[in-house]
Ligand binder design. Sequence first.
Ligand code: GDP
Ligand code: MG
Length: 313
Amino acid sequence: MTQDFDLNPTIPVAPADFRSGFVALIGRPNVGKSTLMNQLIGQKVAITSPVAQTTRNRLRGILSTDQAQIIFVDTPGIHKPHHELGKILVKNARSTVGAVDLVVFIVDGAVPLGKGDQFIADFLVKTEAKVILGVNKIDQRPDKRPEIFASYQALATQNHWQLQEFSALAGDRLPELQDKLIQALDPGPYYYPPDLITDQPERFIMAELIREQILLHTRQEIPHSVAIAIEQVNEGEEITEVRAAINVERNSQKGIIIGKKGAMLKTIGTAARQQIQKLIAGKVYLELFVKVQPKWRQSRTRLAELGYRLEDN
Ligand code: GDP
Ligand code: MG
C-alpha cells in the first residue's frame, strides 16, 4: 500500500465537486456588511457599530463547509470621500470589486432604494462583476416591506441580478443566501486551511476590538479621528499583556477618551479586554494610553504608519 505525504497538511485537497472563491461585500456604510460576514463565518472578526464607516481596512473572513470555501472580503462602505482617509477607503473598495469572483451588493431593506445605492449600482454595472443583490434588515419595518421590496426587485430584474432577502442580525434566511453564493461560484480548491476564519493577524483584530469600544462609548466626532496601534504583546503562561496606543488628532479628543479621572478609558479598557480574552481564549492584561497625533488623517505617511495603505490588487 502506498502512502501519500501531503506537503502542506493544513490545506486539504478539495473533492471534485468543491466550489470556492472570493466574494466582496459591497454597499453603503451601515447596511450590515460586517454583521453579515461575522454571522456567516460564525465568529466576530469584523467590528460593527451603529456609527457609519466602522470598517476601515479590507478584512477577509473565511467560511469553510464540506462543499465549499468562501472567502468574504469586507469593505468599507462606498461613499463620497471628504478627506485623505476617506479617499483611500473608497479607492480600496473599488479595486476589490475588480479582483473577486462575486459581489454581494448589500442594501438596507428597512428603507427603499436611494441615491447612495443607485450610485453603487451604476458603478457595479460598469464593471464585469457577477452580482447578487442582498436585501438586509428584513426584521425591520415589516409593515412597509412590499413597496420597499418592489424597489429592489426592479433594480435586480433590470440588471439580471439574483436577489436574496435576509436579516444578518437575526440570522434569518442566511442558509438561502449561503446556497446562492455557493451555486454562483466555480469549482475550485481550498485557498486556506478549513479551520482558519480570517486572514488578519491577531494584533489587527485586537486593535479593531479596542476601536469598536471607542465607537460604542464616545460621541460621533471621536471615532473617525481614532487609530489604534498595538505596540506590544507579551504572551505569558498565565496572562497575555497587550500594550496599545490610542492615537487621536486633538487634545480635546484625548480628554474625552480619558474622561473624568480616567473613567472613560477604564470603561473602554475593561470592555475591550473582555473581547480580546474571547479572541485569544485566555487571560489578558490590557494597557491603553492616548497619544495626540495632529492631522493624522491628512498625512499619507502617518496613515501608512498606522496601517492604512492603498491596496494593490
Ligand atoms: P457595515 O457598515 O455595512 O459594515 O454595517 P455594520 O455591520 O457595522 O452594521 C451597522 C448597524 O446595522 C449595526 O448597528 C448592526 O447591528 C445593524 N444591523 C446589521 N444587520 C442588521 C439586521 O439584519 N437587522 C437590523 N435591525 N440591524 C442590523
Ligand atoms: Mg463594516
